[in-house]
Write a protein of this length. Sequence first.
Length: 71
Amino acid sequence: MEHLVSTTDSVRLSFLLALLRDAGIKAHVFDANISALEAGIGAFPRRIMVPAKRLLAAKTLLEDANEFYDD
């Protein structure tokens, strides 16, 4: 698994996962449990991880949607 982007915005996280899913790219969210422990204040970013062989396709997809950045 390779790191694609990190975000503290749960709406953006859902949007990015939907973009990836629609393109047929399996993605996993890392650090979701730590963000639950922090009581929803958004201090810890969640990481979207993708398989290494799909990293370039995922980056290209998010770049085309102007969403390839960490926040």
